[in-house]
Design a protein around this ligand. Structure first.
Ligand SMILES: [Mg+2]
Length: 207
């Protein structure tokens, strides 16, 4: 049994460039290029506006991209691989992802393929099919005693400071811009920054 401090990491747009990968899967057959990281509209909205299809059709297309055979071909950000390798020497790393249950098995396989035993476990708080309900990662964070959650979604990190868990808001994405970060949350623009912040024990003291 390990007694290293536990870091929880999100998968999509933290370890993997998922938004762009999905945009490519959806856009290529339609002949449209979508830059997922430099627009503030959701994929379904961009597809609908560029093709004239309805928002519902575009949403269905976007959801199906997760099931496309090319989805699992996606490789991690190289900097994420390096960072996880480095952090795993001093921490236990677990993944906590809101991915829905159709792709849980694929996700486990891909994490094993790309990270081997560097990621100890993958947790899936979302057991629904394509649920739009907000997903609560906190029960799993508590279960594993996480000291950090690195996640690109503000909703997943914003209350962690109150609970003594460091929230690392990952990336500078159109969907995670905010004027003032909540207590206990730091922005980690990239993986080298994340490694530094974790080594420093967090920028804010969470007493
Ligand atoms: Mg994510």
């Amino acid at each position: 049994m390990s007694h290293k401090p536990v870091i929880a990491v999100d998968l999509d747009d933290v370890l993997y460039p998922t938004a762009q990968h999905l945009a490519d899967i959806v856009g290529e057959p339609l002949g449209i290029a979508i830059d997922a990281y430099h627009g503030d509209r959701r994929l379904r909205e961009v597809v609908a506006s560029k093709t004239g299809m309805s928002l519902n059709e575009a949403a269905a297309l976007s959801r199906r991209a997760f099931l496309h055979e090319d989805f699992a071909v996606m490789k991690p950000f190289p900097a994420a691989l390096e960072a996880i390798y480095e952090l795993a020497a001093t921490h236990d790393i677990v993944a906590v992802t809101a991915r829905s249950n159709e792709i849980h098995a694929t996700t486990r396989r891909v994490i094993e393929r790309d990270f081997g035993n560097l990621i100890r476990e993958v947790y899936f708080p979302n057991t629904e099919r394509w649920s739009d309900e907000p997903i609560d990662k906190l029960p799993h964070l508590r279960e594993v005693g996480a000291v950090w959650l690195i996640d690109d979604r503000l909703s997943h990190v914003e209350h962690l400071g109150e609970l003594g868990i460091h929230g690392g808001l990952f990336g500078n994405y159109p969907w995670n811009q905010i004027d003032a970060l909540p207590h206990g949350v730091v922005r980690l623009a990239n993986w080298p920054e994340a490694v530094r912040a974790i080594r420093d024990g967090g920028v804010h003291s969470l007493s």
